[in-house]
Design a protein around this ligand. Structure first.
Ligand SMILES: Nc1nc2c(c(=O)[nH]1)N[C@H]1C(S)=C(S)[C@@H](COP(=O)(O)O)O[C@H]1N2
Ligand SMILES: [Mo]
Length: 224
């Protein structure tokens, strides 16, 4: 056998071993997360890997806002600018969605259940004007992020108060955070404070620092 042939054999064996261990890892993770309805290959965008524990990622301050003190201001290009407190939010029909979340730092979680009010139901109360095409979101820690209004009409976008049946912890954005599963998780503002409807897209915190304006994980829109 020539050394060239041996190299090929070794390379193929190494490739296969890698493939197998990858599949074994998938099998373990599928077991942990329960069997998804669709194959994990189709639920995990390119460049993402599954994590077991839910990482905490933010600017380093976790504002302490008791539910009784929390308010959400909705303003800008809407017919009925409104400030909702926690009780008023709880009077809007509550929804629950089982979703997958994808962070730009490459971790994903599949099948977490968030509940609260769909953004669609919430903004029906304020009636955005036709010229409102984007929103700029502000949070209690000073964080900001932007997204097209369309994403607030996605069926699984939520103003969330609960995660897997328990109130959102402070570190994960409690009492109330945004969850927009169709975009990378940096768009899902924790400790949400206001939503401003605007005609032109305005960069938020990470978007001003090189992150993509939209951030669709299925198109790997990580950086601009
Ligand atoms: N208010 C606020 N929201 C935020 C952030 C932040 O720093 N402040 N970080 C974003 C980023 S980059 C990510 S990945 C997710 C992390 O949410 P988690 O800590 O619940 O996993 O929150 C997003 N929302
Ligand atoms: Mo992130």
């Amino acid at each position: 056998m020539s050394s060239g042939m041996y190299d090929d054999t070794a390379r193929i064996a190494a490739k296969r071993a890698k493939l197998v261990s990858e599949k074994e890892r998938w099998a373990r993770e599928r077991k942990r997360f329960g069997t998804p309805e669709t194959p994990p290959g189709r639920r995990l965008p390119a460049g993402q890997h599954l994590v077991r524990d839910w990482p905490v990622l933010d600017l380093g301050t976790h504002p302490n806002i008791p539910a009784k003190d929390w308010t959400l201001r909705i303003e800008g290009l809407v017919d009925v600018p409104t400030t909702f407190d926690y009780r008023e939010l709880s009077l809007i029909p509550q929804s629950e969605r089982r979703v997958d979340i994808h962070c730009v730092t490459a971790w994903s979680r599949l099948g977490d259940t968030f509940s609260g009010v769909t953004t669609r139901d919430l903004i029906a109360e304020v009636r955005p004007r036709d010229e409102a095409r984007f929103v700029l979101i502000k949070s209690y820690d000073g964080y900001t992020t932007n997204l097209p209004v369309d994403y607030l009409y996605e069926d699984d976008s939520l103003i969330a108060t609960h995660w897997n049946g328990i109130p959102l912890t402070r570190e994960h954005g409690g009492p109330v955070r945004l969850v927009v599963p169709a975009l990378y998780f940096w768009k899902s503002a924790k400790w949400i404070r206001s939503i401003r409807f605007v005609a032109q897209d305005i960069k938020g915190f990470w978007e001003s620092r090189g992150y993509h304006m939209l951030g669709d994980p299925w198109k790997e829109q990580r950086y601009a």
